[in-house]
Design a protein around this ligand. Structure first.
Ligand code: AMP
Ligand code: ZN
Length: 498
């Protein structure tokens, strides 16, 4: 497989840097996972699919990767100070751990559907309270925190004075600005300074999620879990830390302060990678103004924002068409284009399987173009995982493959060995690295059969409606719903999705 130096954009230095792992051949990567108090949304999916591609690419480059992605099930508070898990539990009348399990399961289902690989370790915050308490103790021992009424606060100013004013190095926030704009209301009275943040919080009597600690019954501050779990599984210093760019401040800035505060100045990640946000129709995706769509709605088409359901691989292909550091704008139009593009790609892949080289072992001109074009696609991946540009290179190859198949380019110009290597290299890029699946190839035959059966059922339903036999038409609809099939009536007749 073609290979060159991997360069990645480090949010910490604000520059592209050559990637050099701490231990040759090994990579430790930590990515902030979901807070499992409500269903995973497409924005989260965008971030996790981006890191899935990064993980897959590091694996393809031959690294032994330990990929840690946590599950936040305690400590992430709402603006008015309630734990998100407890709020979820209250609203759903469930145990907090039931809420966590329910939405962790849903998150895993969606990730599997989008063909994202599971991480190597998926630690939960509630399973690492001892490690978090230990980290608070270390930070206290180093004089970077203080206790008030059973809560422990990180002392940002003392930390800064002892560490070359590091607080703010990732987010670019300045302490004096922070002091001016601090809007955290809870326990303002206990903090010595508004820029300080809680690393352990005293639990009020009605707070359900609570553990004994040297400072009384309480719970960890949200930022602490990632510091404690990354240190536990990847070591005090590790290679890559990732998350959405909305987490840069305060979450990641505070993580750095905690790691350094507990484990010394070299502690924490060497490369910070941040994904950009998902938009819909040019605007921020937001539940409050209805500008939102869930992964399930996107797959089924059951949403006013889409004209039909899109298969998970069309959605994944669509996501790959934006670079992870650019915003991604979801719209029905863009999804339609992705659907066409993906079909074209798979068709060309099928054409490639049918090609037989006629150039013997000799290298030919077209063979050379294929090899170089593929190397260029890999080089784009080496340039900060640039999936849209890699795909653009792949589509230049698609044109050549189709021309070879159509006879406009001669197979005499391709060597047999060259063709085998090209096929392997392109297959690795599309399926192992970009994580696409040949839905049409593998599941295609089944899907075609199902399509034909569904057409019979939809015709029956149409007939029942024409005959005003509402009983039968409703029975059909309910039976289909029971089987997980959604029927949508549109201008061009009924369509269906699972
Ligand atoms: P949360 O469950 O809110 O803690 O978020 C889980 C991950 O999804 C974090 O890395 C967030 O930065 C990321 N994320 C949240 N909203 C979006 C969005 N609209 N677009 C992309 N990533 C997001
Ligand atoms: Zn985190």
């Amino acid at each position: 497989m073609p290979s060159s130096e991997l360069r990645l954009y480090n949010s910490l230095s604000r520059e592209k840097e050559v990637f050099e792992p701490l231990v040759e051949g090994h990579v430790g990567m930590y990515v902030c996972g979901p807070t499992v108090y409500n269903p995973v949304h497409l924005g989260n999916c965008r971030t996790f699919v981006s890191f899935d591609v990064i993980y897959r690419y590091l694996l393809a480059k031959g690294y032994k990767v330990r990929y840690v992605r946590n599950i936040t099930d305690v400590g992430h508070l709402t603006d008015d100070g309630e734990d998100r898990m407890s709020r979820g539990a209250r609203l759903e009348q469930l145990e907090p751990m039931e809420v966590a399990q329910k939405f962790a399961n849903q998150f895993h289902d969606v990730m599997r559907t989008l063909n994202a690989l599971p991480p190597s370790i998926e630690p939960r915050a509630t399973g690492h309270i001892i490690e978090q308490i230990e980290m608070v103790r270390e930070i206290l021992n180093h004089g970077y925190a203080y206790e008030v009424n059973g809560s422990v606060y990180f002392d940002v100013e003392t930390y800064n004075a002892a560490n070359d004013d590091r607080y703010g190095e990732l987010s670019g926030r300045r302490i004096d600005e922070l002091l001016a704009e601090s809007r955290e209301l809870r326990a303002q009275g206990e903090k010595r300074s508004p820029s300080d943040f809680a690393i352990w919080m005293n639990a009020s009597p009605e707070h359900i999620l609570r553990w004994d600690s040297p400072w009384g019954a309480g719970f960890p501050g949200w930022h602490l879990e990632c510091s404690a779990m990354s240190t536990k599984y990847l070591g005090a210093q590790f290679d890559i830390h990732g998350g959405g760019n909305d987490l840069k401040f305060p979450h990641h800035e505070n993580e750095i302060a905690q790691n350094v505060g507990a484990c010394g100045s070299a502690a924490g990640a060497r490369y910070w990678l941040h994904t950009n946000m998902l938009l819909m129709n040019g605007r921020k995706m937001s539940k409050s103004d209805g500008n939102t769509i869930s992964p399930e709605e996107l797959f089924s088409g059951d949403s006013p924002h889409v004209s039909e359901g899109y298969s998970p691989m069309v959605v994944r292909f669509f996501m790959l068409q934006s670079h992870y550091r650019s915003t991604m704008d979801l719209s029905d139009e863009a999804l339609q284009a992705a659907k066409k593009g993906y079909a074209r790609l798979l068709e060309s892949w099928a054409n490639l399987q049918a090609l037989e080289a006629k150039g013997g072992a000799q290298n030919g001109t077209v063979g050379k173009e294929l090899t170089e074009g593929l190397a260029a696609a890999y080089a784009e991946m080496d340039d900060d995982f640039n999936t849209p540009r890699a795909l653009a290179r792949v589509f230049e190859l698609v044109t050549r493959i189709n021309a070879l198949q159509g006879g406009q380019l001669s197979l005499e110009e391709v060597g047999a060995e060259e063709l085998v290597q090209f096929r392997d290299g392109l297959g690795t890029l599309l399926f192992s690295i970009l994580g696409l699946e040949d839905e049409a190839g593998a599941a295609g035959a089944e899907r075609e059969a199902l399509d034909r059966v569904m057409q019979i059922v939809l015709d029956l339903r149409q007939q029942a409606r024409a005959d005003k036999d509402w009983g039968l038409s409703d029975r059909l609809r309910d039976a289909l719903a029971g089987a997980g099939v959604t029927v949508k009536d549109g201008k061009e007749g009924a369509s269906w999705s699972i």
